[in-house]
Ligand binder design. Structure first.
Ligand SMILES: [Zn+2]
Length: 114
Protein backbone atom coordinates (compact mmCIF):
# COMPACT_ATOMS: atom_id res chain seq x y z
CA UNK A 1 0.00 0.00 0.00
CA UNK A 2 2.67 2.47 0.95
CA UNK A 3 5.23 3.65 -1.57
CA UNK A 4 7.65 0.99 -0.38
CA UNK A 5 10.16 1.34 -3.16
CA UNK A 6 9.36 4.83 -4.35
CA UNK A 7 9.72 8.22 -2.83
CA UNK A 8 6.78 10.58 -2.95
CA UNK A 9 8.69 12.60 -5.52
CA UNK A 10 9.07 9.57 -7.77
CA UNK A 11 5.44 8.57 -7.42
CA UNK A 12 4.06 12.06 -8.02
CA UNK A 13 6.71 13.97 -9.98
CA UNK A 14 4.31 16.71 -11.05
CA UNK A 15 3.53 17.75 -7.50
CA UNK A 16 5.46 20.86 -6.54
CA UNK A 17 4.09 21.07 -3.05
CA UNK A 18 1.43 19.48 -0.92
CA UNK A 19 -0.08 20.37 2.42
CA UNK A 20 -2.24 17.98 4.38
CA UNK A 21 -4.13 19.13 7.46
CA UNK A 22 -6.08 16.68 9.50
CA UNK A 23 -7.78 16.31 12.82
CA UNK A 24 -9.23 13.13 14.20
CA UNK A 25 -12.49 12.99 16.13
CA UNK A 26 -14.05 10.19 18.15
CA UNK A 27 -17.58 8.89 17.70
CA UNK A 28 -18.91 11.58 20.05
CA UNK A 29 -17.29 14.29 17.98
CA UNK A 30 -14.50 15.09 20.41
CA UNK A 31 -11.17 15.87 18.76
CA UNK A 32 -8.36 13.46 19.58
CA UNK A 33 -5.79 16.22 19.58
CA UNK A 34 -6.01 19.91 20.29
CA UNK A 35 -5.06 21.28 16.95
CA UNK A 36 -4.96 19.96 13.42
CA UNK A 37 -1.81 18.12 12.40
CA UNK A 38 0.01 19.27 9.31
CA UNK A 39 2.03 17.22 6.92
CA UNK A 40 3.92 18.61 3.94
CA UNK A 41 6.00 17.17 1.15
CA UNK A 42 9.06 17.04 3.43
CA UNK A 43 7.34 15.01 6.16
CA UNK A 44 4.49 13.46 4.24
CA UNK A 45 2.12 11.06 6.00
CA UNK A 46 0.06 8.95 3.64
CA UNK A 47 -1.32 6.67 6.31
CA UNK A 48 -2.75 8.03 9.54
CA UNK A 49 -3.40 5.70 12.44
CA UNK A 50 -6.66 5.58 14.38
CA UNK A 51 -6.34 6.53 18.05
CA UNK A 52 -9.28 4.40 19.19
CA UNK A 53 -7.64 1.82 21.48
CA UNK A 54 -10.22 -0.87 20.75
CA UNK A 55 -10.16 -0.31 17.00
CA UNK A 56 -8.75 -3.09 14.84
CA UNK A 57 -7.26 -2.67 11.40
CA UNK A 58 -8.27 0.95 11.51
CA UNK A 59 -6.69 4.00 10.07
CA UNK A 60 -7.05 6.51 7.30
CA UNK A 61 -5.35 6.04 3.94
CA UNK A 62 -4.48 9.24 2.10
CA UNK A 63 -2.61 7.66 -0.78
CA UNK A 64 -5.76 6.57 -2.70
CA UNK A 65 -7.11 10.13 -2.43
CA UNK A 66 -3.91 11.65 -3.81
CA UNK A 67 -3.82 9.03 -6.54
CA UNK A 68 -7.30 10.14 -7.59
CA UNK A 69 -6.51 13.84 -7.46
CA UNK A 70 -3.25 13.52 -9.34
CA UNK A 71 -4.35 12.66 -12.90
CA UNK A 72 -7.07 15.31 -12.74
CA UNK A 73 -4.65 17.88 -11.34
CA UNK A 74 -7.11 18.61 -8.58
CA UNK A 75 -5.75 21.14 -6.13
CA UNK A 76 -8.04 20.84 -3.13
CA UNK A 77 -9.75 18.05 -1.27
CA UNK A 78 -11.81 18.84 1.80
CA UNK A 79 -13.86 16.10 3.29
CA UNK A 80 -14.52 13.99 6.32
CA UNK A 81 -13.41 10.40 6.05
CA UNK A 82 -14.31 7.65 8.50
CA UNK A 83 -12.00 5.02 9.93
CA UNK A 84 -11.93 1.73 8.06
CA UNK A 85 -11.56 -0.32 11.25
CA UNK A 86 -13.95 -2.07 13.59
CA UNK A 87 -14.32 -2.47 17.33
CA UNK A 88 -14.25 -5.92 18.89
CA UNK A 89 -13.81 -9.07 16.84
CA UNK A 90 -14.28 -9.01 13.13
CA UNK A 91 -17.41 -11.20 13.25
CA UNK A 92 -19.33 -9.41 15.95
CA UNK A 93 -17.49 -6.13 15.86
CA UNK A 94 -19.09 -2.88 14.95
CA UNK A 95 -17.60 -0.16 12.87
CA UNK A 96 -15.19 2.26 14.39
CA UNK A 97 -16.76 5.69 14.14
CA UNK A 98 -13.65 7.74 14.53
CA UNK A 99 -13.36 10.16 11.69
CA UNK A 100 -10.89 12.55 10.19
CA UNK A 101 -11.48 16.08 9.03
CA UNK A 102 -9.14 16.27 6.11
CA UNK A 103 -7.91 19.09 3.96
CA UNK A 104 -5.40 18.53 1.18
CA UNK A 105 -3.95 21.31 -0.94
CA UNK A 106 -1.74 20.45 -3.88
CA UNK A 107 0.37 22.69 -6.05
CA UNK A 108 1.53 21.25 -9.35
CA UNK A 109 4.65 22.08 -11.28
CA UNK A 110 4.44 24.06 -14.47
CA UNK A 111 3.75 21.75 -17.40
CA UNK A 112 7.08 22.60 -19.01
CA UNK A 113 9.10 21.26 -16.10
CA UNK A 114 7.52 17.80 -16.01
ZN1 LIG B 1 -10.67 3.27 14.11
Amino acid sequence: MYLATMTFEEAFPAIEDIRIEYREYDSAGHPSYNRPSVSTKENIFLEIGCSNRVCHEGGFALLPIIRKMYPMKETTFQRTITCRGYEGSKKVGRRCWHYLELSITVRYKEAASQ
